[in-house]
Design a protein around this ligand. Structure first.
Ligand SMILES: [Zn+2]
Ligand SMILES: [Zn+2]
Length: 174
């Protein structure tokens, strides 16, 4: 379960009482609307379209990417609306943020427990299915854990090919 850090204790309680989607179950758009409504969010077609877009996207898009993707269907949608919609979806646990330090946060609507591979050259993120997620150890007991993520990083095959081509070019010029 992911809870936005800015979410107050009321949200935390309502999240716990809510029917959280079990892993591997995709939440229908209708159920997503209900969950938002129960948490006190206004449910609009635009807000739901952001969720629908995230459900179909495999690329772990940024808010900007989502805005670009949704705008074809909703030409009047504003970046601020997309930003707020994503925030509400994170708040109710339908979407997980992937925090990448100084790079723009990416978003993931996959309900499956999974890890990520991130290419450090092109920032592409690929889902990786892993058998076990790490257990919270005793050392974590004194912290309030709001989520966990497993990330592998390195070079994707396309970037790796570019790298070997480049090093070959360098070798020739030396
Ligand atoms: Zn890459
Ligand atoms: Zn993912």
């Amino acid at each position: 379960m992911i809870i936005d850090k800015s979410a107050g204790i009321d949200t935390f309680v309502s999240l716990r009482n809510m029917n959280m989607a079990k892993p591997s179950e995709t939440t229908s758009i209708e159920a997503a609307g209900n969950r938002l409504r129960n948490a006190g969010y206004r449910v609009t077609r635009q807000r739901l379209s952001v969720y629908a877009y995230l459900q179909t996207s495999q690329s772990h898009p940024t808010v900007d990417d989502i805005y670009t993707g949704v705008r074809s269907e909703y030409p009047n949608i504003s970046p601020a609306t997309v930003y707020r919609s994503v925030g509400s979806l994170v708040d109710v646990g339908l979407v997980k943020p992937i925090n990448l330090g100084h790079a723009a946060t990416r978003y993931d609507a996959s309900p499956d427990e999974h890890a990520h591979f991130r290419c450090i050259a092109c920032n592409g993120i690929t889902d990786v299915h892993i058998k076990d997620t790490p257990d919270a150890t005793d050392q974590l007991k004194r912290f309030e854990i709001i989520g966990s993520s497993v990330e592998f990083y390195g070079f994707c095959s396309a970037c790796n090919r570019d790298r070997s081509t480049n090093s070959a070019t360098h070798a020739e010029s030396n």
